[in-house]
Design a binder for this molecule. Structure first.
Ligand code: R5P
Length: 282
């Protein structure tokens, strides 16, 4: 059994191979003169663990090509971040269910799929092969312990992320809550913890994805107004689109903590150990 990966998941794939005590297959990635992607793999086993986050359109196409190149009936796909998963329903007539379209394409040529903190568990049903989802909430919590914050308050940006916040908080037995949004006027919105008070506390806002950073930047500014001592942001998938990181820093965030499901400069947590454990259970 060997590991193989797309270009944008090479750091996680290397850590995963190490955790599984195996090697990463060499792949040469290139393009035809018209821009179409091409790849050619090194020596494969009968069983291959294919690792590739869908972080953009190129990485999706590369993953489709890689799965096809690993031509065997025993391949497992690790999809650390599944782009397009947020369009998981037809919200308006005429729209695609993008998560379903991507899931169908990626199911062809693999026998099993592992996702990580997928946006909605229902997306797993769109795959045509068995698919399981793992959560890195405990890994995020373990990393927060290394910050040595005194009695931190773990906050979800909304009630939908409360269970994730609860699981993160369980790593240290910390308080957790979610931010409630109250509309004060047509243009003014207040965000404050639903039950607890942020005054004089170190707060860590946790979510599955940080995309534009808008939600957390707004929450951070308001938490400082409410007397918070420090505000940190932690997530599994650091999409960080546009100037998200800059906006977070401008809102006083002391540190952005992400995992390597999307490989970033702030990917201080590796998903490798949890993925390796899940693969061993399969
Ligand atoms: C939304 O459903 C997700 O869980 C995140 O809360 C969202 O993607 C964050 O978006 P942004 O960083 O753009 O505020």
């Amino acid at each position: 059994m060997k590991v193989i990966c797309t270009e944008k998941s090479q750091i996680l794939a290397t850590s995963l191979a190490k955790a599984l005590k195996t090697t990463v297959v060499d792949v040469k990635y290139s393009r035809f003169p018209d821009g179409e992607q091409y790849l050619i793999t090194g020596e494969l086993d009968d069983e291959t663990i294919i690792v590739g986050s869908v972080v953009d359109n190129d990485s999706l196409v590369q993953l489709i090509l890689l799965i096809d190149a690993c031509d065997s009936s025993n391949n497992q796909l690790v999809l650390p971040y599944m782009g397009y998963a947020r369009q998981d329903k037809r919200f308006r007539k005429g729209e695609p269910i993008s998560a379903r379209a991507v899931a169908h394409v990626l199911s062809r040529g693999v026998s099993e799929i592992i996702t990580v903190n997928i946006h909605e568990k229902e997306v797993l049903n769109y795959f045509d092969v068995p698919a399981i989802n793992i959560s890195l909430a405990h890994d995020v919590g373990s990393f927060i312990t290394t910050l040595n914050l005194s009695n931190p308050l773990i906050l979800a940006p909304d009630d939908g992320a409360l269970t994730f916040a609860e699981h993160v908080a369980s790593a240290g037995g910390w308080d957790f809550d979610y931010l409630e949004k109250t509309r004060l006027s047509g243009v003014e919105v207040k965000m404050a913890p639903k039950q607890l008070c942020a005054e004089a506390r170190s707060v860590v806002i946790v979510d599955d994805i940080i995309s534009t950073g808008g939600t957390i930047a707004t929450a951070s500014s308001m938490l400082y107004q409410q007397g918070a001592k420090d505000v940190f942001a932690a997530c599994v998938h650091g999409v960080l689109t546009g100037g998200a990181y800059i906006h977070l820093m401008a809102a006083g965030i002391r540190g952005v903590i992400c995992t390597d499901t999307i490989e970033r400069g702030c990917s201080v947590i590796s998903a490798a150990a949890s993925i390796a454990a899940a693969l061993k259970r399969c």
